[in-house]
Structure formats: structure tokens, C-alpha cells
Design a protein around this ligand. Structure first.
Ligand code: NAD
Length: 494
């Protein structure tokens, strides 16, 4: 079967991008190597993707550096903004195709990227199009220089060549979080898409080319983490690594980046609490926490996997979340009745199943789910654990699947102690009708984001990032511009 026939048989469009995009050219890997991109719903081959080598990374970094020192480095912010808006227009034009690619590749119901990931990517490019010509420094008064007055001001300059490493759960959206602020601030990029789901980012590369972004400003090099990703992190010509992924790999990258003093932004995992106070609107809280548990098959860094419930509401919430788990319809991402897809690969499925076993072994009660449906693909039943405590493995470690642990509390102090009682600090939800509780609890939770009466209220205008093991640095909003610039001070002795 030819490659084109193979693609059409898998349901992918015949012209799906599968090569490396370096210096404006689509090409095979330098050694001709490929990796298999599987369909999570069937477990079968979706398509073979060119697998970038260290040599390919070297060429891509060279192209990005040449643009930094050349045309792109001299492109005014207003023009960069115009290009970012054009990219947003093209994502909007191809929104349906991009949602389909993510459904094939990640295994998620096609309506979800159409509703969230793709609109978020469009909004992110538009938001940063607006910043591109508004990046400014400040003037600062000083005590002078050996008795002479001075005039001091700061300017923000691009960091340089940025290596962006992206995970598979929401690939287009997270690629947008890295690319849009970096380009707005005048940087160039080498992007390493995830090996489990590279297709939407490869299509984005086509749109960037069509938008007229000069060749070499954005290079997209798919490949394996330990090969292509590692070559990018180790390359002396890369000034910064912007990484989203697991704490395990984040730690490797932080250590490796230190060798060449690269800047890093690390967006890592989470074990986020959702606190349901005694005065909460219980129905809204159950609906919202269920979304925080099951959206995107629970493969969300900010998934609210620890549901902390005031003891007076405990039974009601366990029953409500169990009903929500049982109401999930697992199946084909293209069937409109499907609400939950497959996990991304066999390793992820087996890891989630092993956590479910650990929950049972640890003494928690399975209130819903707990098994593996009898069908092809990497499906796991949405699962609710009750009668659990915060010391259990299922309450401490990131599962990255549709598994929630419901833990009772009696006082606000106890809720805060449990909420802060993991290594993570990415996000938290608080469900309450008391405005005083909303603010006092929000102030006491150690996490990068707190949502009151909602879950995942993420917006490109708001800074995003974690405390503790959830990472370092912030993306999005003005913080995204700061993360992609170096601040220089200029002092003139008058
Ligand atoms: P992962 O860490 O396994 O992989 C992430 C990326 O890193 C992939 O592109 C992979 O190829 C690459 N990589 C792997 N090893 C590497 C190495 N040695 N050097 C350089 N690159 C390497 O993570 P994943 O399984 O793709 O994603 C799930 C994780 O991502 C979860 O922990 C989740 O919480 C986290 N995540 C965080 C956020 C956030 O914003 N904080 C968002 C989404 C996902």
C-alpha cells in the first residue's frame, strides 16, 4: 500500500503533513527514519512520521539563528503582529480539519478540540498579535554616577532561538502558547511536537508557511523525546527551552539546560484539588468537578483529580460524581454521542490501570468504573474512588487519566492542609457561595491558578504556570512576553 493509500485508509486526509519542516522546506529525516503514530481508538497504525535526528535539529537551529540575526531580527513588531493575526485567520479557516486531526491522533471526541483547543489557539495568536507592537521598557531614576546625573532606561529584547517541546494531550493549544508569545516578542523557534500526536502541529507549520512567515523563523521537527528533544535541549545554539510535559522529563531538561545556561520555562504536571465547601451550590459543583475529572479523558495537567468535600455533602457528591462517570459514553471520537475517547497509548492505559489497582490495594472504595472496556483501543472506564485519604498513592501522584479521588474534610483549615499536601501546585477549584470563603481560601492554596465556582477558566490574557513540582515560569499574557524577552538596562552618564 502506498503512503497516500495508507493515510486514506486510516481516515486521514491524503495530504496530511508527516515530514520535518526546516528552513521553509518539507523534508524527510536526514537518515530517512520514521516513527509510528498510532490511532488510540483502534491501537493500529495511523501514519508514519519522519523522525528528526540530531543533524536535523542542528540544521533547524542554524536556520532559526540565521533569521534571528537577519530579516526576522529586523522585522518591526507591527509586522509580526500582522503575521500572527494571519496565522489566527488560517487556523480559523482550517478549524474543522485541525479538530479532526486531533481526534484521530489523541483519541479525543472531535467536538472537544472544536470547542476548546482550536478556539483557544486562535485566541492565543490574536492576543499576542496585539502585544507584538506594545513591548516596552521603562525609564528609571538613579542616584547618579560619581556625582554626575544619568539617564537610565530598559528595553526588552527577544531571548533568541527558542526550543519548544510539546506534550500530546492538547498539542495545538500548547504549541500556540509557546509559539505566539515567542514570535510576538521577536524570537525564532524550533518546535518538537509530541511523538504520540504530531499531526495538528505539523498542519500548523503549513499555515505558518502560508501566512508568509519567513522561512526558518519557525521550524517543526517531530521525533522521539530522547533523540530529537534531547538534541534540542543540548544544542548550544538554543537560548531557551519552553517545555510542557511530565515532571520526570522536566527534571532531565532543567539539569541538561543548566550545562549551557539556557533559560527554561517548565510547565509540568498537577494533582489539583477541587474543594467543595459546605455552602457550595452542590449541583453546579458536581457538574463542574466532573468536567475537571473527565474532560479530555482526564489527560489534562490541571485535571481536578482530588475532590475535597465537606463531610455534610460527602455522600451526595460521591453519588453525583459516580453517576457522572457512569453517564460517560466511551467510543469512536467521530461518533457524536461519544463523550470520552481512548487514552493516548498502551503505556498510558496500563499506567492508569495500575493506579486503579493501587487505589484498591490501598483501601479506597471503587464507587464507579475501575475497569477496562472490552474493546479495541486504549480505553479505561471513568473511575471514582471514595473513602480515600490524601496519603494514598492515588491522591499523591498524577494519574493523567479519568480517575478521581473523593476525600472528606470537616474544616476549612483541614481542606487547605489537604489541598496543599502534595508535591504539586498547578491549579485549584473552590466551590462556594460565600465571597469571603472564595477570597480567603484562594489566598491560602499554593497553586499557580485558582478558579472559584469553575474549572479551567484559562485565557490567553492570564498568566499560566505552576508552583512547586508543577513547574517554573509563566506563559501567556504579559508574563508570556516577559518569559520570551531579556530585559536590558541602558545608562547614559549625562
Ligand atoms: P512527557 O514529559 O513524556 O513528554 C513531553 C514532551 O517531551 C514530548 O514531546 C516528548 O517527546 C519530550 N521528551 C521526552 N523525553 C525527553 C528528553 N529526554 N529530552 C527532551 N524532550 C523529551 O509528557 P507527556 O506524556 O507528553 O505529557 C503528559 C505530561 O505533561 C503530564 O505530566 C502533564 O501534566 C503535563 N502537562 C502539563 C501542562 C501544563 O501546562 N502544566 C499541560 C499539558 C500537559
Amino acid at each position: 500500500m502506498t503512503a497516500v493509500e495508507e493515510r486514506m485508509k486510516s481516515g486521514l486526509p491524503e495530504n496530511t503533513a508527516t515530514q520535518l519542516f526546516i528552513a521553509g522546506r518539507w523534508q524527510d529525516a536526514s537518515d530517512g527514519g520514521t516513527f509510528a503514530d498510532l490511532n488510540p481508538t483502534t491501537g493500529k497504525l495511523l501514519v508514519d512520521i519522519a523522525s528528526g535526528t540530531a543533524d536535523d535539529i542542528d540544521v533547524a537551529v542554524g536556520a532559526a539563528r540565521a533569521q534571528m540575526d537577519g530579516e526576522w531580527g529586523n522585522t518591526p513588531g507591527a509586522i509580526r503582529g500582522k503575521l500572527l493575526n494571519r496565522i489566527a485567520d488560517l487556523i480559523e479557516r482550517d478549524a474543522e480539519l485541525l479538530a479532526r486531526l486531533e481526534a484521530h491522533d489523541v483519541g479525543k471526541p472531535v467536538g472537544q478540540p472544536a470547542m476548546l483547543d482550536i478556539p483557544n489557539a486562535i485566541a492565543t495568536f490574536r492576543h499576542f498579535a496585539g502585544w507584538a507592537d506594545k513591548i516596552h521598557g521603562s525609564t528609571i531614576a538613579t542616584a547618579g554616577y560619581f556625582g554626575q546625573p544619568t539617564h537610565s532606561y530598559t528595553v526588552r529584547e527577544p531571548v533568541g532561538v527558542i526550543g519548544a517541546i510539546v506534550p500530546w494531550n492538547t498539542p495545538l493549544m500548547i504549541a500556540g502558547w509557546k509559539m505566539a508569545p515567542a514570535l510576538a516578542a521577536g524570537n525564532t523557534l524550533v518546535v518538537k511536537p509530541p511523538e504520540d500526536a504530531p499531526l495538528s502541529i505539523l498542519h500548523l507549520a503549513r499555515l505558518i508557511q502560508e501566512a508568509g512567515v519567513p522561512a526558518g523563523v519557525v521550524n517543526v521537527v517531530p521525533g522521539l523525546g530522547e533523540v530529537t528533544g534531547d538534541a534540542l535541549v543540548g544544542h548550544p545554539g538554543v537560548d531557551k527551552i519552553s517545555f510542557t510535559g511530565s515532571p520526570r522529563v522536566g527534571r532531565i531538561i532543567a539539569k541538561r539546560a543548566a550545562d549551557t545556561f539556557k533559560r527554561t520555562t517548565l510547565e509540568l504536571g498537577g494533582k489539583s484539588p477541587q474543594i467543595i465547601m459546605k455552602d457550595a451550590d452542590v449541583e453546579a459543583a458536581i457538574n463542574g468537578t466532573a468536567m475537571g475529572l473527565f474532560f479530555n479523558q482526564g489527560e489534562v495537567c490541571a485535571a481536578g483529580t482530588r475532590v475535597l468535600v465537606h463531610r455534610s455533602l460527602y455522600g451526595t457528591v460521591v453519588d453525583g460524581l459516580s453517576a457522572a462517570a457512569q453517564a460517560q459514553v466511551l467510543g469512536d471520537p467521530f461518533d457524536p454521542t461519544t463523550t470520552m475517547g481512548a487514552l493516548v497509548n498502551a503505556k498510558q492505559r496500563d499506567s492508569v490501570l495500575s493506579y486503579i489497582q493501587a487505589g484498591r490495594d490501598g483501601g479506597a472504595r471503587v464507587a464507579a468504573g475501575g475497569g477496562q472496556p472490552d474493546r479495541d483501543g486504549f480505553f479505561v472506564e471513568p473511575t471514582i474512588f471514595a473513602d480515600a485519604n490524601n496519603d494514598m498513592k492515588i491522591a499523591q501522584e498524577e494519574i493523567f487519566g479519568p480517575v478521581g479521588t473523593v476525600i472528606p474534610f470537616d474544616t476549612a483549615d483541614e481542606a487547605i492542609a489537604i489541598a496543599n499536601g502534595t508535591a504539586y501546585g498547578l491549579a485549584a477549584s473552590i466551590w462556594t457561595r460565600d465571597v469571603s470563603h472564595a477570597h480567603t481560601m484562594a489566598a491560602r492554596v499554593r497553586s499557580g491558578a485558582v478558579w472559584v465556582n469553575g474549572w479551567a477558566a484559562i485565557d490567553p490574557a492570564l498568566p499560566w504556570g505552576g508552583m512547586k513540582s508543577s513547574g517554573t515560569g509563566r506563559e501567556l499574557g504579559w508574563a508570556g512576553i516577559e518569559a520570551n524577552t531579556e530585559e536590558k538596562v541602558v545608562t547614559i552618564v549625562l
